[in-house]
Design a protein around this ligand. Structure first.
Ligand code: ZN
Ligand code: ZN
Length: 309
């Protein structure tokens, strides 16, 4: 079963099993589907506007994109075959209603099962590319139990807290200090268990931090400005990618994203944390522009649980 391969890397899993879904969500097809032709800079999640208010029984163009969105982020799984016809139809069926409810529970919204305004607003928020739900095999009840940090299935982790990191050749120099700070904050939060040292050997580093755009050959293409901001792989892969098409800044600057905040989040994935259900936690999966966030006790407890320091 492909889902059992997840601990190694979510992104490799996606590449091997639902790549068509992924490329649809993040790729040009989806952008071509956005609504307003005269919008100069349409959001990659723009399909949501046309289907706001949809509920079970409806058939509206764009529901297929909602299915692909929810499948990508771990909420939707058709029992028989994830690539089967159901996923490709613009019909709001029972499985989709259950997936919308799961999403609503995860994001602390009213679990109406309809695509209401608050749900569309949350879904349209820029976010990390990593999925929220580790496996499609969760029952809906289990979502109520998980209410804090999460570790990846199989608890993959590094053998040692002494890790090297390096920046890719096109990484903007001005963003190196804030990302260095993010590594430093995780080291401090781990009471010195983690010691991250920067190396000039990109290929030889444990953790490889780079700017990438659109399809960068890891099976998880970025989608231009908005939508997915960054992603990282689970231990012990070590890759962290920022979407070069985003408007990045240092600190809380309106209409931009703070690179240090996203670095803190993605480093959390690199060392073994999944998304948290605490909105204040750095491991919460979505991000508002113009704000900064830091590590919380939830994040630190998660990493302490995993490494036992
Ligand atoms: Zn994430
Ligand atoms: Zn990538």
């Amino acid at each position: 079963m492909a889902f059992k391969l997840l601990p190694f890397s979510c992104i490799l899993f996606l590449a091997s099993s639902i790549l068509p879904v992924l490329s649809h969500i993040q790729g040009p097809h989806l952008r071509a589907n956005t609504l307003s032709g005269n919008e100069r800079n349409p959001s990659p999640f723009g399909f949501l506007k046309a289907i706001q208010g949809c509920r079970k029984g409806d058939t509206v163009k764009g529901i297929r994109d909602l299915k692909l969105y929810l499948a990508h982020f771990g909420y939707l799984h058709y029992q028989k075959n994830p690539n089967d016809r159901d996923l490709k139809e613009d019909h709001f069926d029972e499985e989709l209603e259950a997936a919308v409810k799961s999403y609503q529970v995860y994001y602390h919204l009213n679990a109406t099962g309809t695509l209401d305004g608050p749900t569309v607003s949350q879904m349209a928020m820029p976010r990390c590319g990593y999925h929220d739900i580790e496996t499609h095999e969760h029952t809906h009840n289990s979502l109520h139990i998980v209410s804090r940090y999460q570790l990846f299935q199989g608890r993959p982790r590094w053998a040692s807290g002494q890790l090297t990191y390096a920046y890719g050749p096109t990484f903007p120099a001005r963003f190196i200090p804030p990302v260095d700070r993010a590594f430093g904050k995780w080291a401090t939060a781990s009471s010195g268990y983690f010691r991250f040292s920067r190396t000039t050997s990109y290929q030889g580093a444990n953790l490889k931090v780079s700017f990438q755009r659109v399809d960068h050959r890891d099976g998880s293409p970025f989608n231009g400005s908005g939508g997915v901001l960054a992603h990282a792989f689970t231990p012990r892969d070590g890759r962290l990618h920022f979407d070069a098409d985003e408007r990045w800044a240092i600190g809380a600057v309106p209409n931009t994203f703070d690179i240090e905040t996203l670095a803190l989040h993605e480093i959390g994935h690199l060392i073994g944390l999944d998304h948290s259900q605490f909105e204040s936690a750095i491991m919460w999966g979505s991000f508002a522009p113009g704000v900064t966030k830091g590590l919380t006790s939830d994040d630190i407890q998660g990493i302490r649980d995993l490494y036992g320091f």
